[in-house]
Design a protein around this ligand. Structure first.
Ligand code: FAD
Length: 522
């Protein structure tokens, strides 16, 4: 991989679904640099299993996809954003198919499956449970044919470069550890989510909220950070990563059992295992509390389903569990919830524009309000495609209108050696956030977290290495999540407080914006 150029027309930070789709949209308008902090293939996109939601089957309608998105978001979905998502989704999927994406088919017909809170079978999948990897492959293959796009892997974006209040580049720490600047007319943050703010997460290691934290430091508005989706079923084995066990398993008939092997979901919700994610995650947390003297896990049971079908439909899940000596067709699978998806992020309009001139965001790093307080399963890959493309077009149009111009940067600055305290610092925040700002929250737990986070601000490692920058970003995101959760005096979607267990529509049927001085609701 070559060293990145010093100056381009557009910088795209992130090579997941949102970044790649935006880069493709930008390629006609000038030189595009796509940055990734690890390999280009290391992103949440690569791990997305279940699929991508789109109203394309004969029995489905766009209006039903819209309604399901609104219902899942628990009162605060931005309806305009949801319209854009479900209406432009089919065209973005057709485009992906034209670019070579191999979705699973029966004969020539696309096959659709169902996930929780969807009223129709509308989830497209690829190679059974490798949907994100296949979409990423096809997007990268397409982007690689466009000569204006260049890629730089292992280039860590440490901060935004600003002049006269406009974002016009990024400061990078290279794989070798030196720091340099690339300037551009505009910057798109497509840096993904914040799973690693928590000790248990399904997210890959790149998900450390870098884009959100650097945008916040630069003065951009950050919205809806209290809404963290906890996936109910991550594999829970000592020394194994919290590998996601897709909702589609429950869609195919898998059931949840507690340590006494009782099926418990029907007592929490009429839809049983197919209840919304937050309901299932809270039910598991409750079961674990009730049964706390026994195993600290519940079990996903697929043993009554046809083994051949499970192996064919979920080859990656089957193989990964087998590596950890769990055969999902005959064994009960130990699971617990884990942090999975952030509904909040850099606040943008429907074209990906943030509140800062020159700065755009798309995908999980962004917040259009399309997911409201709770994301509908399989809507995020679609979000990356739809809003990535839109952000790309908006950046292109801004350039055409002559508002942006790439600038020369200053001299490179050498970064000092990695900070050995970073690992310990990160671990302590992750544990604190899991214990105090997790699936179930209260004023007391949130205040404890806030006080400890504020105290530890002084201990934040100086941002002179990649890991130290990640430590600072995780700390910043933890503060933003905690402040927002403390200010929302109600329960809604993925945000649940024992001291305010109901909706408080009059005050909080709104989006939050968190700043240094407090949280406001609009
Ligand atoms: C295990 C798992 C399963 C999932 N399953 C599904 C599913 O079935 N359907 C669905 O719709 N969604 C699913 N999701 C959610 C979905 O995958 C993500 O929301 C989506 O892929 C995010 O795409 P993105 O482009 O915004 O970010 P990502 O795909 O996470 O890409 C982020 C990119 O930013 C780069 N980056 C980050 N920080 C920096 C930095 N400081 N400097 C340089 N580069 C940086 C990374 O290197 C990476 O290239 C799943 C998520 C996980 C973790």
């Amino acid at each position: 991989m070559k060293k990145p150029p010093a100056q381009v027309d557009f910088i795209v930070v992130g090579a997941g679904v949102a970044g790649l789709r935006a880069a493709i949209a930008l390629a006609e308008a000038g030189k595009v640099l796509v940055l990734a902090k690890q390999e280009l293939t290391e992103s949440a996109t690569q791990y997305a299993q279940g699929g991508i939601a789109v109203a394309l089957s004969d029995e489905d309608e766009i209006s039903l996809h819209f309604q399901d998105t609104i219902n899942a978001g628990d009162g605060i979905v931005n309806a305009d954003a949801a319209h854009v998502l479900v209406e432009e989704g089919p065209d973005r999927i057709q485009e992906l198919i034209d670019w070579g994406t191999q979705f699973d088919r029966k004969g020539t017909r696309l096959t659709f499956t169902r996930e929780a809170a969807h009223s129709r079978d509308r989830i497209l999948h690829a190679h059974g449970d490798s949907t994100g990897r296949e979409i990423g492959r096809a997007l990268y293959a397409k982007a690689s044919t466009l000569k204006n796009i260049s890629f730089s892997a292992f280039e860590f974006t440490a901060s935004l470069y600003m002049e006269a209040g406009r974002v016009c580049g990024v400061r990078l720490i290279s794989g070798a550890g030196d720091m340099h600047t690339v300037t551009s007319g505009a910057v798109l943050l497509a840096t993904g989510g914040a799973g690693h703010v928590y000790i248990n997460t399904t997210n890959p290691a790149v998900a450390t909220a870098d884009g959100i934290a650097m945008a916040f430091r630069a003065g951009a508005e950050i919205s809806d950070m209290e809404f963290v989706q906890f996936h109910p079923t991550a594999l829970y084995l000592k020394k194994a990563p919290r590998f996601l066990l897709s909702e589609a398993l429950r869609g195919e008939g898998a059931v949840l059992r507690n340590s006494e092997l009782h099926r418990f979901m029907p007592k929490y919700h009429d839809d049983g295992e197919m209840a919304p994610r937050d309901v299932v995650a809270r039910a598991i947390a409750h079961e674990l509390e009730v049964c706390r003297l026994k195993e600290p896990v519940v079990y996903l049971d697929l043993t009554h389903l046809k083994a051949d079908h499970i192996k064919a439909r979920f080859p990656r899940i089957y193989a990964t569990c087998l590596e950890h000596n769990v055969d999902i067709t005959i064994d009960l699978v130990p699971v617990r919830p884990a942090a999975h998806y952030l509904m909040g992020g850099v606040r943008t309009d429907l074209e990906g524009r943030s509140s800062l001139p020159g700065l755009y965001a798309a995908g999980e790093a962004a917040c259009t309000g399309v997911h409201g307080a709770n994301r509908l399963a399989s809507n995020s890959l679609l979000e990356g495609l739809v809003f990535g493309a839109r952000a790309g077009h908006a950046m292109r149009n801004e350039k055409a209108s002559g508002k942006t111009a790439a600038k020369d940067a200053g001299q490179p600055v050498a970064a000092s050696a990695p900070n050995s305290d970073a690992e310990h610092f990160i671990h302590s925040i992750q544990q604190l956030m899991w214990d105090k700002v997790g699936i179930v929250r209260s004023r007391q737990s949130l205040m404890e977290a806030l006080e400890r986070l504020q105290t530890s601000t002084m201990e934040t490692p100086a941002p002179t290495s990649r890991r130290a920058c990640e430590a600072r970003n995780i700390h910043t995101a933890a503060l933003l999540i905690t402040r927002s959760a403390l200010a929302r005096l109600e329960s809604r979607g993925a945000h649940y407080r024992t001291d305010y267990p109901e909706h408080e529509d009059a005050k909080f049927k709104k989006h939050s914006i968190v700043g240094e001085k407090g949280v406001r609701f609009i």
